[in-house]
Design a binder for this molecule. Structure first.
Ligand SMILES: C[S@@+](CC[C@H](N)C(=O)[O-])C[C@H]1O[C@@H](n2cnc3c(N)ncnc32)[C@H](O)[C@@H]1O
Length: 320
């Protein structure tokens, strides 16, 4: 069966028996959440900042979109001080079923709630929002079709005007044979989050590329059992593509964001106190076990802010 990449990915990841409805993400790839609890500590610091900005309201929302196995919200709840924890309304949004063992306090939802007042976090969600792929031909850009069983590709029809306009603005194709991933569905997904945020901050964290440095042939990739594989949309692997976060930022502004920061995870986490600094050697003598724990933590923090790895991820932060 031949489909556009967007339709094929939707079916492979979220259709009946789709990859994400069946599989546990942590079995297939590592995210900042699975790399270290230091990431949840940073999110907790961010939540405390938002709480102060909103004047410590009686109810403070924490909404995790694309929550996967619910690890991030569970860790934040465990570490929050009672004064903050008691006021938290925690919602984990995912299309997969509620994971067993999630704290009762966490609401599990297939859709983003409306009227959010607090912090929205979306770690590696947008890269899993399906999109179409276009290839430049001598007659202009054409959609690429994919065989859902083999991953074989062929050229399809011309682009719809809205997709063509998106490419012209956000991913201009000049050379014949060059390819682009049309990020319009991700812009719409992100804008719909901003619309549901009444007060506070929304943060999207993902592999990203800027408009002046898009990859020539796109970034469509498959992951299975921790390894990179050819992206075949047959439901046996994750299918992901880097995110045009600058385009999402513009969509967020149109949806009502009043301030926007686009930075790297390294910059954002360092501001939240994640430095990767090693513990002082004196601690090794005074408290050898504590020293080893602190050393392990420093190495995890180092992974989160490594500029050639997770630290190179984009952080889009918008306020309403
Ligand atoms: C790469 S995983 C990230 C999991 C987790 N945030 C982490 O960092 O470990 C992406 C998750 O997004 C979820 N997802 C994709 N599209 C979604 C949508 N439209 N609404 C809710 N969840 C979605 C998938 O089911 C999957 O669990």
């Amino acid at each position: 069966m031949w489909l556009t990449w967007r339709a094929a990915t939707e079916r492979a990841l979220y259709g009946e028996e789709g990859f994400y409805l069946r599989e546990r993400p942590s079995g297939h790839f590592r995210t900042s959440v699975s790399a270290s609890a230091a990431f949840a500590d940073a999110v907790l610091s961010l939540l405390a900042e938002v709480d102060a900005e909103l004047g410590e309201p009686d109810v403070l929302d924490l909404v995790d979109i694309g929550a996967g196995e619910g690890v991030l919200v569970t860790q934040v709840l465990e570490s929050a001080r009672p004064k903050l924890r008691d006021r938290l309304r925690v919602t984990a949004v995912d299309l997969s079923p509620r994971p067993p063992g999630l704290p009762e306090r966490v609401r599990w939802s297939g859709t983003v709630p409306a009227g959010i007042a607090g912090l929205v976090i979306a770690n590696e969600w947008l890269d899993n929002v399906p999109l179409d792929v276009a290839e430049q031909t001598a007659d202009g850009p054409r959609l690429i079709l994919v065989d859902v069983r083999t991953g074989e590709e062929r050229l399809g029809g011309p682009l719809r005007p809205a997709d063509r306009a998106w490419l012209e603005r956000w991913w201009p194709l000049t050379r014949v044979g060059s390819r682009a991933e049309i990020g319009r569905p991700r812009d719409e997904a992100w804008a719909s989050v901003l619309v549901r945020l009444s007060r506070g901050r929304a943060v999207a964290i993902d592999y990203a590329h800027p408009v002046d440095n898009r990859p020539l042939c796109g970034t469509l990739t498959g992951y299975r059992d921790g390894a990179v594989v050819t992206p075949v949309p047959d439901g046996t692997c994750d299918i992901t593509a880097h995110v045009a976060l600058d385009a999402c930022a513009a969509a967020g502004i149109s949806a009502g964001a009043i301030s926007t920061t686009l930075s790297t995870q390294r910059e954002a986490l360092r501001e939240l106190g994640i430095t990767g600094a090693r513990p002082p050697l004196d601690l090794a003598r005074a408290d050898p076990r504590g020293y080893l724990r602190a050393l392990a933590r420093a190495s995890e923090e180092g992974e989160l802010i490594d500029p050639s790895g997770l630290g190179g991820f984009g952080w889009l932060s918008q306020k309403r």
